[in-house]
Design a protein around this ligand. Structure first.
Ligand code: KG4
Ligand code: ZN
Length: 511
C-alpha cells in the first residue's frame, strides 16, 4: 500500500483507489500538455486563437483534476467524527422524503427470499437469505491465495478472479438454498460501494442483469450499512444447518420484523474493517451519525501491516494470522504507546502505532535495516510483538469506545430522547476473539459504573455477528437488502453506478 509497498498492492478502498486514479490523471495531464506543445511545434505558428483554446482546455483539465484530487481519501476524511454535526443518510432518503420503491417490492405479508451478492474487494460472495433472517444457502470464493504472493490485494487480479467466480458462486448459493431457478427468489441485492470500483462492477452488473431478466425488485447495498445491519440478524438463524429444520417462519409485517431483530434502533456501532474504523450512532435504516473515525489507517489495515512486517500470511487479510500468533506471546513484552491517549474525542489513529511496532522490532534486532526484520526476529519475538500490538490496538479501541458510550449517556441526560445501551461490533476485525472478549468486558464495566446498575435497561449489551459473518460474504448484502425492503426502499436496476467512495450522505458528490 504505502511505505514499502508498491502502489499497486492496495487493500484499502478509498485512499489507494484515489491514488491510482490520481496517478493516471497525472499521466493524462502530462500527455495532454505534451500533445499541446507538439501541436504548436508542428504548425510552427503562433496562432493566438489556438493557443487561447489550448490554454482554456488545459485550465478545464486542471480544474477537473483538482476537483478529483479533493475526493482522494474522502472516505477516510468522512471517517473523521464531528459529534452532533453530521447525520449520514442513504441516497434518496431525507427527513422530508419517503423511501422509494424504485423497482417495486416483494409481497411483505409473507416471508420472502433475497439473493445477495458481494464483490467489493477480494471475496466473491453470494447467499440466499429469508426475510426472517434464515440463511438458506451461501457460497464464497476467497482470493487469499491469489493475493498472497503480492502481499495485498491487486485490483486487476481481484476483478479477474471475481469474473471467473461470479456465475459459479451465484448458482451454488441458489442451489444450496434449494431453488432451481432465480425465478423462485423474490428480490436481489448487491454491494454497490464503497470498494474497489472494478470489483464492485462485477457483482453489480451480474445482479442488475438478473434483476432485469427475472423482473425482480433490486437493492443497491451500502457495504458499511450491510456490516452494521448484520448485528440485527436473528442469531439463532445465522447457521445454514438450522435453516432446513427450523420453523421460524412468521408473517413479515413491519412490526413483527422489527421486534424479532436481534437489536433495535437506536444503537451505537463500532465498525472495524480493512477500509474503515468508525463509531456511529445508528438511528434507523439509512440514518447514521458518525461520532468518531480514523485520522489515518483503519484497524484492519494496522493488523495487515503488522502481519506483513512479521512475515505472516496476508492474502485474505493479515488479521487472523496476527491474532493466532498473539496467543503465543506476552502482551506486555514490547512497550508501545497508546494512540491519542490525551485527545478528548472519539477518533482513532493507527499509523503511529504501526511505526512504533516497526521501531520496536528494529530495536529487538538491533538493526535499522528495512525489509528483512522477519528473518532476524525469533518466533517468540514475533509472538510478543503480535501480542503487544494487539493489546495496545484494542486498548485504544476500548478508550475511544468508552468515551463514546459516556458521551451517549451524557447526551441522554442532558437532552432526553431514546436510550442507547446496545453496542454493535461489526466488520472484519470483529471476528477477532480478543477484541470480542475485551469489549464484552467493557460493556460490563460501563454498566456497573451506572448508579442504578440493577436496572436491566441501563446495562450495556454487546451484539456481534458470528465470526464468519463479520468478514465480507453474500449474506450481508442479502440481509441489508431485506432491511431496506422492509422499510419500503428499492433501487433502479437499470442504473450502472457503483461507488468507490460512498459516504452515506453525499449522493451528489459521490457521482
Ligand atoms: O470487513 P472485511 O472483510 O473487509 C472490508 O470491508 O475491509 O475486513 C477485512 C479486514 C482485514 O484487514 C483483515 O485482516 C481483518 O478484517 N480481519 C481480522 C480478523 N479477521 C479479519 N483482524 C483481526 N483479527 C481477525 N480475526
Ligand atoms: Zn467489509
Amino acid at each position: 500500500m504505502r511505505g514499502n509497498q508498491a502502489p499497486l498492492l492496495t487493500r484499502i478502498f478509498s485512499t489507494d483507489t484515489g491514488t491510482t486514479a490520481s496517478t493516471s490523471t497525472q499521466e493524462n495531464a502530462t500527455q495532454i500538455v505534451s500533445n499541446l506543445q507538439n501541436q504548436t511545434t508542428r504548425t510552427g505558428t503562433h496562432d493566438n486563437q489556438q493557443v487561447h483554446r489550448n490554454k482554456k482546455k488545459e485550465k478545464r483539465f486542471n480544474e477537473a483534476r483538482n476537483k478529483r484530487r479533493k475526493l482522494i481519501g474522502l472516505a477516510k476524511a468522512m471517517d473523521h467524527g464531528q459529534p452532533g454535526i453530521v447525520t449520514y443518510q442513504l441516497p434518496r432518503h431525507s427527513e422530508t422524503k419517503d423511501y422509494l420503491a424504485a423497482s417495486g417490492l416483494p409481497d411483505r405479508t409473507r416471508p420472502f427470499t433475497v439473493l445477495g451478492i458481494e464483490s467489493s474487494c477480494d471475496d466473491t460472495g453470494a447467499a440466499v437469505v429469508r426475510s426472517d433472517g434464515v440463511i438458506l444457502g451461501e457460497a464464497l470464493a476467497s482470493q487469499g491465495d491469489i493475493h498472497e504472493q503480492w502481499g495485498g490485494v491487486v485490483p486487476g487480479l481481484a476483478r479477474d478472479a471475481h469474473e471467473d467466480a461470479i456465475d459459479r458462486i451465484v448458482d451454488l448459493a441458489v442451489e444450496r438454498a434449494g431453488f432451481s431457478s432465480i425465478q423462485e427468489i423474490d428480490a436481489i441485492g448487491v454491494t454497490i460501494g464503497p470498494g474497489l470500483e472494478i470489483c464492485l462492477r462485477v457483482g453489480a452488473t451480474k445482479a442488475r442483469e438478473l434483476a432485469q431478466t427475472f423482473q425482480k425488485p433490486f437493492v443497491g447495498v451500502h457495504h458499511l450499512e450491510a456490516h452494521i445491519l448484520m448485528a440485527r440478524l436473528p442469531l439463532e438463524e445465522a447457521s445454514p444447518s438450522t435453516a432446513t429444520t427450523n420453523n421460524f417462519v412468521f408473517p413479515a409485517t413491519d412490526l413483527v420484523h422489527e421486534t424479532v431483530r436481534t437489536m433495535q434502533f437506536p444503537f451505537l456501532a463500532l465498525l472495524v474493517s480493512g477500509g474503515h474504523c468508525q463509531i456511529m450512532k445508528c438511528l434507523d435504516i439509512g440514518k447514521y451519525s458518525i461520532i468518531g473515525g480514523t485520522l489515518d489507517d483503519s484497524l484492519g489495515e494496522a493488523y495487515d501491516k503488522v502481519a506483513r512486517l512479521l512475515g505472516l500470511p496476508v492474502g485474505g487479510g493479515g488479521g487472523p494470522a496476527v491474532e493466532a500468533l498473539a496467543k503465543q506471546g506476552d502482551p506486555t513484552a514490547v512497550p508501545l504507546p497508546i494512540p491519542l491517549r490525551n485527545r478528548k474525542d472519539c477518533d482513532f489513529s493507527f499509523a503511529g502505532l504501526k511505526t512504533a511496532v516497526r521501531r520496536a522490532a528494529e530495536k529487538i534486532c538491533d538493526t535499522e535495516m528495512d525489509g528483512n526484520l522477519e528473518d532476524l526476529l525469533t518466533d517468540q519475538d514475533k509472538a510478543n510483538i503480535a501480542a503487544s500490538f494487539q493489546n495496545v490496538a484494542i486498548k485504544h479501541i476500548e478508550q475511544r469506545l468508552e468515551r463514546a458510550m459516556k458521551m451517549v449517556e451524557q447526551e441522554e441526560q442532558e437532552q432526553g430522547g431514546s436510550k442507547i445501551r446496545s453496542l454493535a461490533v461489526v466488520g472484519g476485525v470483529a471476528a477477532n476473539q480478543e477484541l470480542r472478549a475485551r469489549l464484552e468486558t467493557l460493556c460490563e464495566r460501563c454498566s456497573s459504573s451506572q448508579d442504578n446498575d440493577d436496572d436491566e435497561e441501563d446495562r450495556w449489551k454487546m451484539f456481534v455477528p458470528p465470526p464468519r459473518l463479520c468478514t465480507d460474504q453474500g449474506s450481508m448484502s442479502a440481509w441489508a437488502a431485506i432491511e431496506r425492503i422492509m422499510v419500503g426502499s428499492t433501487d433502479d436496476p437499470t442504473s450502472r453506478d457503483v461507488y468507490a467512495r460512498y459516504p452515506f450522505s453525499l449522493e451528489h458528490e459521490a457521482k
